[in-house]
Structure formats: C-alpha cells, structure tokens
Design a protein around this ligand. Structure first.
Ligand code: BDR
Ligand code: CA
Length: 313
C-alpha cells in the first residue's frame, strides 16, 4: 500500500511535537503533505514557530509548514501555558528555526490540497482546536466530500473534561468549529481523553527515549519530563498522557486501538458544559453514528511503536 497522505493540523505543544515526529519518522506509512498551525496551546506565532522547530529537529526542514487561524471562529482564544509552558514547547531551550514558513494561509493550503489531490486520498489529522478545518469546510464546501478520513484528538466521555469539568481542551477552545467538523459527514475517528489517559508515560517508557542517545530521543524525554509534572500533580497518575501521537499511531497500527462507531454531538450553548462531546456510547438515542470513538489502547504496543520509529530520526 502506498503511504497515506495526511495534513497535520496542530498547536504544538510537546505532545503535538511527538505526533509530528512520529509521522515524519514513518514515510513508509505516512506522507505528510503539510503541517498547518492553529492557535491553541499557545498563540499562533508560537505554534507555527514550534511546528518548524520540530521539523528541523526531525531533520526534515523541507516539510511545508503553514500558519492558519489565530483565533477561534466566534470566541476569544483560551490557551494552555499552564500545561505546556510559556513557549508551548517548554523544556530545554530550542534555537529559533531557520526553515521558512510558507506564504500561503493554512486554510487555503487545506482547500487547494483537497481540490488537487484525487478525491478520497487525503486524511486530515487535527490535534489542536478545529478552527482551520472548520473554516476550510465553510469556505469551500466542495472539499468536504473529498476528505478520505479525519483522525483527530479531542473530546472525552468517561473522562469528561480536562480544561473544564465537562470539556476537553481542543474541543472547548473552538466548540463552534468542532460542531461543524463533527456534523460534516466525513468519516471521523476520535481519540478522546478516554483513550489518551491510558497512553501514560512511565519511567521505563521515558528511559527508552533517553537511551536512544540521539537529539530526538533526548528532547522527547525532556519534553515528557516537563509535560508530566502537571498531569501527575493533577491526577496523581504515574505519568502523563501523550495525547496527540495516538492519532498518528492509529494511522500506522490501527489494531492497537478499540472503540465504537457512535453518535457524538458538540455542546455549543450551555455555559456549564460548553465544548462537551456528548457521546452516545450506550446507544440510547437514535441519532445516527458519525464517529469511531476510541476508548482503549494497547499502551505497551503504542510506546513500542513510538520508540521504534523515533529511534530512526
Ligand atoms: C489536547 O490539548 C492540548 O493541550 C494537547 O496538545 C492535546 O492536543 C489534550 O486535551
Ligand atoms: Ca495539541
């Protein structure tokens, strides 16, 4: 099978960075057509810069990085420096990237790519708020039916929320965009907190990165060390979830994951539950299924895949 063509839509973020590295390390499975940055964990000037830092770290400065929307569709931007640090990629200090940012707007790149590539051959991998994707769908409705699949990180059902008691960060930041994407009718795979909270770092798993003795291995270990402190304190867990790489791992080894094809709706009105992913896990409504909602992962297999692929960089 030829590698799957994807666009990674992202707000790096240490876990976004690991997702990008995993994709760039896996050319036999994945062809990264471009990386589109969006405002999320930190504002857009930082997310587009961080995306380029990660491409350079991977030794792939030829990767195309585009800057997209700098604010949610209808609301003020909410950021997560309390998790990811002031730069979004806190941990060891990184030099500014020298590879260029593309001139084209990320939304235009998404539209143009979907129009130019054969219908049904491009997968979108959003791992930040869904602003760029929903804006592209609104601006160019003809592209919606051309998307092969969307594999996104966002939402929660059993774990409920991480930024509010009832909402996960990526969906909460731009619930209006999420509503458009979940309602678009595109085949959708969702990696909610229910699964990412099972993909926890442990000492051994971080040591596996460090013992690669490579720049990438050291950096991923240092990032996860930094990123961990917040979740360990919050949840009292042994490590921290590497949320975003679950999407890329799914594209490479879908058999590591299990879920249900169910209906998922996005709450956009209630003040208390804004951004909630109302997932009909128990199929108690007759609303039509619109998403493969993942709940379980073989965490050892996931970390083995990560270690094997990152060791190549
Ligand atoms: C999501 O929010 C961000 O902070 C992470 O990068 C991930 O995409 C988890 O809720
Ligand atoms: Ca992210």
């Amino acid at each position: 099978m030829p590698p799957r063509k994807i666009i990674i839509d992202t707000d790096p973020g240490q876990d976004d960075a690991v997702a990008i590295l995993l994709a760039l390390a896996s050319p036999e499975d994945i062809e990264v057509l471009g990386i589109t940055a969006v405002a999320g964990n930190v504002p857009l000037p930082l997310t587009q810069k961080n995306a380029r830092i990660v491409c350079e770290l991977a030794g792939k400065p030829e990767t195309k990085v585009f800057a997209g929307c700098d604010a949610p569709m209808k609301r003020k931007l909410v950021t997560a420096e309390h998790v990811h640090g002031k730069t979004g990629l806190d941990g060891p200090q990184m030099a500014d990237p020298t590879m260029p940012l593309q001139d084209q707007h990320a939304v235009d790149f998404i539209i143009e790519t979907l129009r130019n590539e054969p219908c049904g051959t491009v997968t979108l991998c959003p791992i930040g708020p869904l602003t760029n994707i929903a804006t592209a769908f609104e601006r160019a409705p003809d592209i919606v039916a051309r998307v092969q699949e969307i594999v996104l990180m966002g939402g929660a059902y059993f774990e409920v929320g991480n930024i509010t008691p009832t909402a996960e960060f990526n969906i909460y930041v731009d619930p209006d965009a999420a509503k458009i994407v979940f309602g678009a009718g595109v085949p959708l795979v969702v990696m909610p907190l229910d699964v990412t909270h099972k993909a926890l770092t442990t000492r051994n798993r971080i040591d596996a990165f460090r013992s690669m003795h490579t720049k990438v291995g050291d950096m991923v270990a240092a990032w996860t060390d930094f990123f961990e402190r917040f979740d360990m304190e919050k949840y009292g867990s042994e490590g921290a979830p590497l949320h975003d790489p679950c999407t890329i791992a799914y594209l490479i080894e879908p058999q590591l994951f299990e879920g249900r094809h169910i209906n998922v709706e996005i709450e956009t009105e209630s003040e208390l539950t804004l951004g909630m992913t109302v997932a009909d896990w128990w199929r108690v409504t007759d609303r039509p299924a619109n998403a493969m909602f993942i709940k379980d992962v073989d965490a050892s297999g996931f970390y083995a895949l990560l270690a094997a692929r990152l060791a190549r960089l």
